[in-house]
Each structure stands twice: as C-alpha cells, then as structure tokens.
Design a protein around this ligand. Structure first.
Ligand code: FES
Length: 160
C-alpha cells in the first residue's frame, strides 16, 4: 500500500528521521519509537507508511510492535495512567490500585475513557521499587500510593 500525498500520515520530521536511519542496523525500532513519540501509539496508517519507506513487509512491523511491550497499537487517553505490576508493587497492592482506577474511571485495563481523557495500563517495574506501590500519570511518578489516594491523583489531571 502506497500512501498518496493527501492521506499521508507521517510528518516531514518523521520522514527526515527515517531517511537518516534507513540504512542503519536496528533502524526499525528507532523509527517506531519516533512514530510513537509523535502519535502516542503506532497508527495502522503509519505502520504501512514506515513499511513503504523501508521497503519491508508490514507484517515485520507488527511483529516488532506486538513483541515489545512498550509499543501501543491503540490511541491512549490524553492522560496515561500506568500502574506498576512489578514484583515489589504487586506485593504492596498494585492490583488494588488498578481495580480502584477502573472503578473510578469506569473503564477496564488497556482501555480509554469515553471522553478520551484517561487510559489505564499495567506496566513492568519502572525502577522505583523503594516507593512501591507506584504509578505514573503522563510520566509523573506517584509512590507509596494507597487506593484512597487514587481519586485525588486522577482529579489533578482531569480536564488539564
Ligand atoms: S516493582 Fe514497581 S517500581 Fe519496581
């Protein structure tokens, strides 16, 4: 599938990035990181355009996206809540934090609220085990979180 100029999704900046990385080893991961940085996930159209640009099958791209936990196939919420489910956080109640998030927002794990404001995901250890249980919202770390704190944390980001 070749994208026409009108329906093209990749920005000139991403095109330039692809051009720079095109012939280097490990380029696909780097390029997909750049795409996700731009859109917050890997849109289907973008995956096809990257495949075109690198002259590789789109299946290879989906193989990478689905292998690495980091890549997202669906558009996340404007505010991304990531609850750590690494061992330390799990043992200190990470699962309860997820349940409380789901209860407050009315969505399941890996889903986005209807208004697109929040998405919730479980992630692996983020390296702050001493603060367990830990979650992040848009990359901001909250440590030693109790289920009672969840509403207050979420309210900080609502509508901002
Ligand atoms: S297990 Fe949660 S930060 Fe390490």
């Amino acid at each position: 599938m070749t994208a026409t100029a009108e329906e093209k999704m990749l920005t000139p900046a991403i095109d330039a990035f692809i051009e720079k990385w095109k012939k280097k080893p490990g380029n696909l991961i780097m390029i997909l990181h750049r795409v996700q940085e731009e859109f917050g996930y890997i849109p289907r159209q973008a995956a096809f355009e990257v495949a075109d640009a690198l002259n590789i099958p789109v299946a290879k791209i989906y193989g990478v996206i689905t292998f690495y936990h980091f890549f997202k196939l669906t558009k996340p919420g404007r505010n991304q809540i990531a609850v750590c489910m690494g061992t330390a956080c799990y043992l200190k109640g990470g699962e309860d934090l997820i349940k409380e998030c789901e209860r407050i927002l009315g969505v399941g794990l890996n889903s986005v609220t209807e208004d697109g404001e929040f998405s919730v995901e479980a992630v692996r250890c983020i390296g702050c085990c001493g603060l367990a249980p830990v979650l992040t919202v848009n990359g901001e770390v909250f440590g030693d979180v109790d289920t009672k704190d969840m509403k207050k944390i979420i309210d900080q980001f609502e509508g901002k």
